[in-house]
Write a protein of this length. Structure first.
Length: 145
């Protein structure tokens, strides 16, 4: 299964949507807890839904089950926690939620996971892919845009 990942900060709308379109993804899966971000003018849910469809022919889906809790997020972002702790907490959360049984493989296939981080390093979208690959027998072929 082909899965891309993309972040929307530190990029222009043109560069973001060009990359999304070139990926060939059919679905843009928003894995943020809060999808009304002010970090980028085009990253609010309603705008993403419109632009991803109109510019790229890509359907927008919000999947908050693939997002960290506010507590985990705040400890990492606001309290400047370390990545190793965040990683363990988020992987444990996904296991507790049993996301591998709640997110269908066909939904993930030919999709692009979206969050705010510009790069996939130290970003939970990478952890989602890592976790699902451990549960689904490394069936995800992940490309970071």
């Amino acid at each position: 299964m082909k899965v891309a990942t993309i972040g929307f900060t530190q990029t222009s709308a043109k560069h973001f949507f060009d990359r999304l379109k070139m990926s060939g993804s059919e679905k843009l899966i928003d894995v943020r807890l809060n999808n009304t971000s002010q970090l980028s003018g085009f990253a609010k849910a309603k705008d993403l839904e419109y632009f991803s469809w109109e510019l790229c022919g890509v359907r927008y889906i919000h999947e908050p089950i693939l997002a960290p809790t506010q507590k985990i997020l705040d400890a990492f972002k606001k309290q400047k926690g370390d990545w190793a702790t965040y990683r363990v907490q988020f992987l444990d959360l996904m296991a507790t939620r049993s996301i591998e049984t709640k997110v269908r493989m066909d939904v993930m296939d030919n999709s692009c996971l979206l969050c705010s981080e510009a790069r996939p390093h130290n970003c939970h979208r990478s952890l989602v892919c890592e976790y699902l690959n451990t549960k689904w027998g490394s069936s995800l072929n992940v490309v970071h845009l």
